[in-house]
Design a protein. Structure first.
Length: 188
């Protein structure tokens, strides 16, 4: 019985220390900023933000014969993100939003990029000449989220496969956003 009590007390204290570390981490300064939080040390690292370009392409067959498809992709110059995370450990992120009253799954997207030697790409939509439209084709990464601070969310990634990733935060009160800003990171 004493051993069971000691184990329970140890687990409770470890959970309490982890929570204390999370509470001591400040929220990011601006909407759309993302901070990685190391759950073991409590140290943080701000993810770099990139403005993406949208690129649409139609293959030559589609132009000449009316068959084929058109694709639209998000493009970020540079083959890799500066912030590299260890996929063998839990990945927790603090994401600043307008407020934290909305379900984070509705306004935060975490997705995987395809990486080339010069850039990172993520296909958002494709349309075939036969009317087949596939929109929202991003390779989404599942996560769980909870409120954090005044207007942020604490996210935990459910999958941690190696690769290049991006995070976007939408403002649910303003659907006319001009630029797409992506916070980027990589999992090794």
């Amino acid at each position: 019985m004493k051993t069971l009590f000691t184990i329970c007390l140890s687990l409770w204290m470890a959970t309490g220390m982890l929570c204390a570390q999370e509470i001591n981490c400040p929220e990011p300064d601006f909407i759309g900023e993302v901070v990685f939080v190391d759950p073991q040390t409590g140290e943080t690292a701000k993810l770099e933000k990139q403005t993406v370009m949208l690129r649409s392409r139609v293959n030559a067959t589609g132009i000449m014969f009316g068959i084929g498809k058109s694709t639209t992709k998000l493009v970020i110059e540079g083959p890799s993100a500066a912030v590299r995370l260890d996929g063998s450990k839990p990945i927790r992120l603090i994401v600043k939003a307008v407020d934290n009253h909305t379900d984070p799954l509705a306004i935060i997207n975490i997705f995987r990029f395809e990486s080339t030697k010069k850039q990172r790409l993520a296909e958002t939509a494709s349309v075939s000449s036969f009317g087949s439209v596939k929109s929202n084709k991003l390779d989404y990464v599942p996560f769980t989220g909870k409120k954090y601070g005044e207007s942020s969310y604490l996210l935990t990634l459910d999958e941690r496969k190696p690769g290049e990733y991006g995070i976007t935060v939408q403002n649910p009160n303003n659907r006319d956003e001009k630029n797409v800003i992506v916070a980027t990171f990589a999992i090794e």
